[in-house]
Design a protein around this ligand. Structure first.
Ligand code: KE4
Length: 432
């Protein structure tokens, strides 16, 4: 495929923007490639600056559960633009989106809007510390909760992709308060809580880990987090920035039947506009300024355009059968990819929850970050580039997830499976 426009734009960008991108995971360094510059997108398709068309399974890293430029979302943003873009004052739209989130997620009795998942997590952590009077945070290796200082410890996503040990610039005095344990290891967690529980303000977890590839919680893991945090008086935070409204309308907590104290959101609730939110039990949330003393603020928090796009998105995905249809197509894709790999004699481990999934080049099982890191990332890179050549746009990292939208139909899924069969066969013949 001709990609001269993207290459020229990337040369220009490299002079002006660190790494030529505004977020590291877009750099494609780990797959030995260069980023495509995107011109436009519609439905399940994304078009690069050279006019090449791809079936998109990144979906802007999760927000585009309806696909790109869904008519209802575009219409809602058009209408709100007639009112203005930002007022720095409350609007009816914030009240409506808050109500929809509260109605969808019973553990959330109050919610505060912010502008990104990072901001949501950063604020929830501060709230947990302010509420408990404790400083300690416990997270899990390979989980990514945005780039706030306290959470760049053994993080997933771009940190894992680029192999950055933590991040320079995070003072040791900050990192010292963060403990990171293996995901899906209840015994290690129980031991740590027995030893440190009385200093732990909160335990934060991706209830389905989507930033080390996709790793689903094994039975008993999330239940243990809930039990032990209750005992220790620590808050349990479900980071549902990715899973919220993705794996179910009520998020992962509705699938696994666990009630966290706080939940963070992002991505889908903004329908592609900059957004984040955190919420939870009223007696905790009432500690947030101006009702309480824990300070958090934002010029564009609750921005009318993000609220309008989010409301339109939640209205659409609330329709009966929305998630069933997604489940059917996602299952078809996962099974097809599994068959494609098996047909070429290539070992892969696929993990999936609803319309988010991951495929490790690894014979498995993959239940935690150390097992994920044992995957053949070079082979993943060749697979990624092979699929790109066939017009399939995947996340450029073994440590990311793949997302199916309602705009993907069976033909698109089957085209993807055929592409995978051809690419896997080519990988097999290359390896001899
Ligand atoms: P943002 O600050 O990027 O909106 O959200 C941070 C975040 C928090 N929690 C979870 C579970 C997340 O997945 C994320 C962000 N996800 C990555 C993709 N793996 C964003 C992509 C990027 O960094 O460009």
């Amino acid at each position: 495929m001709k990609r001269t426009q993207s290459q020229d734009l990337f040369r220009q960008a490299l002079k002006q923007i660190p790494g030529g991108v505004n977020s590291p995971v877009r750099a494609c360094k780990s797959v030995g490639s260069e980023p495509l510059f995107i011109d436009r997108a519609v439905g399940c398709f994304i078009y690069d600056a050279d006019g090449n068309r791809y079936i998109d399974y990144v979906g802007s890293w999760g927000p585009m559960i309806l696909g790109h430029r869904h008519a209802a979302v575009i219409q809602a943003v058009r209408e709100v633009l007639e009112r203005g873009t930002s007022f720095g004052a409350p609007t009816d739209l914030e009240v409506e989106l808050a109500a929809r989130i509260i109605e969808a997620v019973p553990s959330v009795e109050m919610v505060r809007m912010v502008n990104s998942g990072t901001e949501a997590v950063m604020s929830a952590i501060r709230l947990a510390r302010g509420f408990t009077g404790r400083d300690g945070i416990l997270k899990f290796d390979g989980c990514y909760h945005g780039h706030a200082d306290a959470l760049l410890v053994e993080a997933g996503s771009g940190v894992a992709t680029l192999g950055i040990p933590g991040s320079p610039g995070v003072p040791q005095s900050v990192a010292a308060h963060t403990l990171s344990l293996p995901y899906n290891d209840p015994q290690r967690f129980r031991d740590a809580m027995r030893q440190h529980g009385d200093t732990i303000a909160c335990v934060i977890v991706e209830p389905v880990a989507g930033n080390m590839g996709l790793v689903s919680p094994r039975p008993g893991f999330l239940e243990t987090l809930r039990e032990e945090t209750e005992k220790a008086g620590s808050l349990l935070i479900f980071d549902e920035v990715m899973t919220g409204f993705r794996v179910a309308y009520g998020g992962a907590q509705s699938l696994y039947g666990i009630t966290p104290d706080l939940t963070t959101f992002g991505k889908i609730i903004g329908g592609g506009m900059p957004v984040g939110a955190y919420g939870g039990k009223r007696d905790i949330m009432e500690h947030i300024a101006p009702q309480g003393p824990v300070y958090q603020a934002g010029t564009l928090s609750g921005n009318p355009m993000a609220m309008a796009a989010g409301i339109a998105t939640l209205k659409e995905i609330r329709h009966a059968g929305f998630y069933d249809a997604l489940e059917e197509k996602s299952k078809r894709l996962a099974e097809g990819l599994e068959k494609a790999a098996a047909g070429a004699g290539i070992s892969v481990t696929i993990d999936r929850v609803g319309s988010m999934m991951g495929m490790f080049f690894n014979s498995g099982p993959v239940t935690c970050f150390s097992e994920a890191k044992a995957s053949d990332t070079a082979l993943f890179g060749r697979y990624y580039n092979g699929m790109l050549e066939k017009g399939i746009y995947l996340a450029p990292s073994q440590f990311e997830a793949l997302f199916v939208s309602s705009a993907h139909n069976v033909e698109h899924i089957d085209e993807t499976i055929r592409a995978a069969e051809e690419v896997m066969a080519a990988l097999k013949s290359e390896s001899g």
